[in-house]
Ligand binder design. Sequence first.
Ligand code: ARG
Length: 456
Amino acid sequence: MPAKKSKPWEGRFATATAPIVEEFTASIHVDKRLAPYDIAGSLAHCHMLAACGIIPAADGKKIARGLAEIEKEIADGEFVYTQSDEDIHMAIERRLIEKIGPAGGRLHTARSRNDQVALDLRLFVRAEIGSILKSITAFQKALVALARKHQKVVMPGYTHLQHAQPVLFAHHLLAYHEQLERDGERFADCRRRADVLPLGAGALAGTTFPIDPEQVARELRFAKVAANSLDAVSERDFIVEFLAAGAITATHLSRLAEELVLWSSSEFGFVALPDDFATGSSIMPQKKNPDVAELVRGKTGRVYGNLVAMLTIMKALPLSYNRDLQEDKPPLFDTVDTVKGCLAVLTALLPRLTVNADRMQAATAEGYLLATDVADYLVTKGVPFREAHHIVGRAVRRCLAENRPLESLSIREWQELSKHFGADVREWLSQEAALARRAAGGGTAPANVARRLRGL
Ligand code: ARG
């Protein structure tokens, strides 16, 4: 037996939607999150309809009052969502009509759920970008504070995860600051393109009513009105961009998380996690695991998946709106929550890290970190760099075989390798001097790092 009819579109249908279809097509459990934006959009639409004389002013007032009450019901957790409402747009409209009667049925004049949902999503993305930018700034502040606190600490810089050249720990942290700065720029740039009002597009072709989209744009503070109604209802590239910006941000956080995992291992011992940010093992009593960092790394996979999901949803959609687009919300919401969650937990963790400066410093003694400096020294004596590289390579080979550091070679031993060595090579074998010399560009020289930190 077909179920009872109860849909706004029921006029055209002989029977009600099958329960399994209702369940399959409903998005209310996900898109109820858009409620505040749906109400803000509806309010602006209602004000405009009344101002343009498309609905009676008295009905406009009733609608506005009804929407305000519904907003409160939702905020207070009193609003009852039902699956037959299908989505948040219909749930709110159903409640509005319940509350204020037939006047509520005028709100949807000159509007379709297609431009309505596009509006809600743009409002949501715009707001969430504002919030993510704040989270990024807070995270950057935590990086800067940690860098300031350990401004003098030296660690081995790595390439290929092999000891390469000494760098300041602060310099290393500030590399992440740069990355997050660009992430913020990407989000802000995405916000510019999301900042377009789609309302007025109707279902796809525009509306026959004499609406004033500029008024709605002003009330909702959109920078402009969409120029093409088909594009307005069917495009989600602002979500793709948002998810891409999120994926890149997650990559950066994941790289730092990976370093925290490495650094907190006994092999490195560069940092220790506070007990309340680590987890234990259910079997090994001695374990203290960096699960927070591991999860930041692991959740990055989901954030990438969200981007790929959205691109895949879009790739073969004919213009204009298709119901496939309803699937945009789970990846969007998940990236918002995951990226914000990762930023928040790392921001809370950074100030609590114990930095083991001695371990970092001790690690710089291994791996011939100053070999490049000796080659550079030879260059100052007129030796072509390629040749200098070769000479110092031989010095390293010898020291490796004899298990001694470069600093232990006597002048005579250096001179056996090249006649260009003089006693002044010692000055190039000091870590402090090696750091200080790297002053050009974005080098790790303490003066550079100090200047950068002053500007942040
Ligand atoms: N829940 C729908 C979505 O998220 C709203 C738009 C529905 N439009 C339609 N023609 N069925 O995309």
